[in-house]
Design a protein around this ligand. Structure first.
Ligand code: MN
Length: 288
């Protein structure tokens, strides 16, 4: 049975551009080697935006060496990148953007949502790429809600939506570059959740709302991340009531993590090269 190894919570919010008020739950400069292949997690907790005709978000910026995975719970996110990827995702949808060798992109609130305004809630994860794939071609997966299998949890206990990997034989739609399990768990009332997870893999639970209790007595509640032992192949916890959780699981890459700003590579030389390539336009540029 997996136990809680440590917890993370960040009460401080900072703005990414003018569209995303996020709490950085972890980043590659702190616990990335303990939570590989995940590099960073930003949580935009529920915020209400007034209607606007302006574009809210963050304009052209580069990435190299990893993937950005955006999960929208409320609101809409629009993305466009220099590799030709793009799209708008809404509630319960996911954007899986593989920056790999590099691109520039922009991330804004969806136009329709911005015009109407309303609640906004989102998570962005950065997922590391194995060294051998860091310089592969960029790609983009827009994952609509109808493609995400929803598995019932007992009698009215809730659902597990499988974004990536597998839960009880149900496969998620995301194409991943290393073994990853990413599950959107919704509990509708007090429920015990027990499942098998791969031995030796990273395992962590982020609580968006509600409160859960582990067999070792540890609790996690709103905006807390519980990082579990990688040993053991059974995960179990109970919710006190309705709860919304994100499970992060994956095979650790066990490769050096050297990051600076929007680039995460395996050596300082590769970071230097990323800056040179970005400045010389090799990651592309928008003309408008
Ligand atoms: Mn970005």
């Amino acid at each position: 049975m997996k136990q809680v190894r440590f917890k993370r919570h960040n009460p401080r919010t900072h703005w990414v551009g003018d569209g995303f008020p996020v709490r950085s739950v972890f980043s590659y400069s702190d616990i990335a080697s303990e939570i590989s292949p995940f590099l960073l997690m930003d949580y935009a907790s529920p915020t209400r935006f007034p209607p606007t005709d302006q574009r809210r978000g963050v304009g052209e910026h580069p990435h190299r060496g990893f993937e950005t995975v955006t999960i929208v719970y409320e609101g809409e996110v629009e993305h466009r990148d220099s590799a030709g990827g793009g799209g708008t995702i809404g509630p319960d949808e996911v954007q899986w953007m593989t920056a790999a060798s590099g691109l520039v992109h922009e991330e804004f609130h969806g136009r329709d949502y911005a015009r109407k305004g309303g609640p906004f809630e989102m998570i962005q994860l950065w997922v590391n790429l194995p060294a051998r794939l860091k310089m592969s071609s960029p790609s983009y997966q827009g994952i609509t809600r109808d493609r995400i299998p929803s598995v019932q949890l007992g009698q009215e206990g809730g659902q597990v939506r499988v974004i990536a990997g597998e839960y009880e034989g149900n496969r998620g739609p995301a194409l991943t570059r290393s073994p990853i399990n990413l599950w959107d768990i919704r509990m509708t009332g007090p429920t015990r959740f027990t499942c098998r997870v791969p031995e030796g893999h990273t395992a962590a639970l982020f609580v968006l709302n509600g409160s859960i209790r582990f067999p070792d007595g540890n609790r996690a509640s709103e905006a807390e991340l519980a990082v579990l032992d990688s040993s053991g192949n059974t995960m179990s916890f109970e919710s006190d009531g309705p709860a919304k959780l994100l499970f992060l699981g994956g095979e650790p890459l066990n490769e050096p993590i050297i990051g600076y700003g929007p680039f995460v590579m395996n050596s300082p030389e590769e970071i230097q090269q990323a800056f040179i390539d970005y400045r010389s336009g090799k990651m592309g540029r928008f003309t408008s």
